[in-house]
Design a protein around this ligand. Structure first.
Ligand SMILES: [Fe+2]
Ligand SMILES: [Fe+2]
Length: 337
């Protein structure tokens, strides 16, 4: 994919600064933070149902409108700069530092931010443009959260590559959206595992909880954008679009079995990749108890259902990863008989 220079209003990557959120939203003023307010914001970010009770046809104007209303109305106004990073015992800090994801995590957020903002800018529909622009802004906030965490615990990052704006913005949004669907599905399970195992202190897990729920909102937005786009486009455009969707899955599969990563490693001047597949392989890094793969799959499914449970049931959920996981579980059950 060919790419061009980033827009000039990109926030200073690595400077830990954030522009104000788009769409007239505001962050909580630092002084106003109280446990009750944090809890109310957290609840509002997890629950949203449109007040009109009638069915919603996928691809309709109303489907677009409730999706694009859900997104800003579940916005969590936390300010990354006021996150109080808990003191860690030396052993817990060591465990955190040795998780092999920090470079890739920061860079993934930087890339996702730019790709979403680029796609949003290319859209003429103000409803989708506003929602996807906010999603891009939230990826920028994730990057600031991660950068602050890394700094707080003395984790050294590799220099970040330049973030360049994609020319094919729809392709870049599709790749980012489906990647988030895969990564979030496994991250939900690993996060619950890290919490239950006590491998990381509960305050640190709690600090990350809003970020995890935001990824749930992001893939909810993506799944509904995809469902709406598929149905709203003229019928003659659909085969080309579906071919692109299939190509994205092939690309991601290829990337995740390591071929693309291996090739990237050889690229001159590129920082060595860390674990692109961490969300698929990372159970050992977040728990010191041996976890059976089928148990982890079941946990991912349960967490996926739990995180989506509070949103309007008429909104489409991501379906591919849960369906593939259920299929894999059926095979493992049959093999175990
Ligand atoms: Fe993110
Ligand atoms: Fe995201």
């Amino acid at each position: 994919m060919s790419e061009r220079a980033p827009p000039s209003d990109a926030p200073g990557d690595g400077e830990h600064t954030l522009p104000p959120p788009p769409g007239g939203l505001a962050l909580s003023p630092s002084r106003a933070i109280s446990p009750a307010l944090i809890e109310a914001a957290d609840r509002a970010a997890r629950h949203w149902t449109d007040e009109r009770a009638e069915p919603v046809r996928l691809g309709s104007a109303r489907h677009r409108d409730i999706t694009c209303r859900m997104f800003p109305e579940t916005f969590n106004p936390y300010k990354p700069s006021v996150i109080d990073w808990p003191q860690l015992e030396p052993a817990a800090r060591e465990r955190l530092i040795s998780v092999p994801i920090w470079d890739i995590a920061v860079q993934t957020e930087g890339k996702a931010r730019l790709r979403m903002l680029s796609y949003a800018r290319a859209l003429s529909d103000p409803a989708w443009r506003g929602a996807i622009e906010l999603n891009g802004w939230e990826e920028g906030r994730h990057k600031v959260v991660l950068s602050n965490l890394v700094e707080a615990y003395g984790i050294t990052l590799a220099p970040e590559p330049a973030y360049v704006e994609p020319r094919d913005t729809e392709w870049a949004y599709l790749v980012t959206g489906f990647s988030e669907c895969i990564d979030s599905f496994f991250a939900f399970g690993l996060f619950a595992l890290a919490k239950d195992s006590g491998f990381f202190p509960p305050e640190l897990v709690d600090t990350f909880e809003p970020v995890m729920q935001e990824e749930c909102r992001h893939i909810l937005l993506f799944a509904n954008w995809l469902a709406w786009t598929r149905r709203a486009m003229p019928i003659w455009r659909r085969p080309w679009f579906e071919l692109r969707v299939a190509a994205v899955w092939l690309f991601l599969g290829w990337e995740r079995i390591g071929i693309a990563r291996g090739m990237d490693d050889g690229g001159a001047g590129k920082a060595p990749a860390q674990d692109n597949n961490f969300t698929v392989t990372g159970s050992k890094a977040v728990s010191d108890v041996e976890v059976r793969v089928p148990d982890l799959m079941r946990l991912c499914l349960a967490e996926n259902d739990r995180r989506f449970a509070g949103y309007d049931q008429r909104l489409r959920r991501p379906t591919t990863m849960p369906a593939l996981t259920r299929l894999a579980l059926r095979f493992t059950r049959r093999a175990a008989r």
